[in-house]
Design a binder for this molecule. Sequence first.
Ligand SMILES: C[S@@+](CC[C@H](N)C(=O)[O-])C[C@H]1O[C@@H](n2cnc3c(N)ncnc32)[C@H](O)[C@@H]1O
Length: 257
Amino acid sequence: MPPDVPQMPDPVANGAFIPTLNRQGAIWLYIDEITQAYLDFAAQSKGTMLEIAAGYGHVVIKALAAGAAKVFANEIDAGQLAIIQSRVPTQYSGKIVCCQGEFPEHLDFPDGSFDGIYNARLFHFFDGNRICTSLTKMYHWLKPGGQVFLVNDAIYRTIFKPLIPFYERRVVAGDEWPGFIKDVRSLIPESLHPSTFPATMNFMDPTVLTRELTRAGFEVMRAGFYPYTGAFTLGRLDGRELAGAVGTRRFVGESEL
Ligand SMILES: C[S@@+](CC[C@H](N)C(=O)[O-])C[C@H]1O[C@@H](n2cnc3c(N)ncnc32)[C@H](O)[C@@H]1O
């Protein structure tokens, strides 16, 4: 490995995840239903893909192995991007393009660049305005008929149990962003060590994802809660641990029914 490529940390928590270099969450080592749908789409379309916030490239490599013609891998962290580049098997080295940049503000592509876009576990760190901007950019970067695949944390996890009543009260009250919790730590009991939790989270759900995809112009193919099936027991609760969705960019002249 070239000396300027940082060392990828070892997996922790029974191999459930690998911490990021920049303390921006973790890279989760399991494949959920939406991620599998993205990999199936790469296999079937053999197209050009973009993965935003690609971590250490686990899904980038799987998309290439599935048959993607090219994968653009984005990361905000230059060290992680160097790790992605170094991990891609040599037979795919002509098919990977690494793009450093803070999405959505500092990442741009021409209209109609991609067949598929995949993004996991980034929106739950964004506020509503940033999510709107992100989806509008994603929409324009896709070719007509292209698909976006989104995976994010829902609140239904053992580790976030103290936050669930707060979130559900907001859902009942019709809050536009019921999962946006500015001060997560203030709702976590001392016994669970609040300082180890992220400061702010925007837990996603199918209602929010459907509304925002529609607002950006997408046809929503599916949106739902999905189970977390990995090894981290505190990440599990009742099969609603993830909020995921798939949207399609409409063809010109195609309108919402
Ligand atoms: C929770 S990790 C998720 C990584 C991977 N997508 C996964 O699901 O395993 C979030 C990742 O997003 C990256 N990141 C954070 N903010 C970003 C931004 N604005 N644009 C691009 N990448 C970002 C971090 O460096 C980190 O690798």
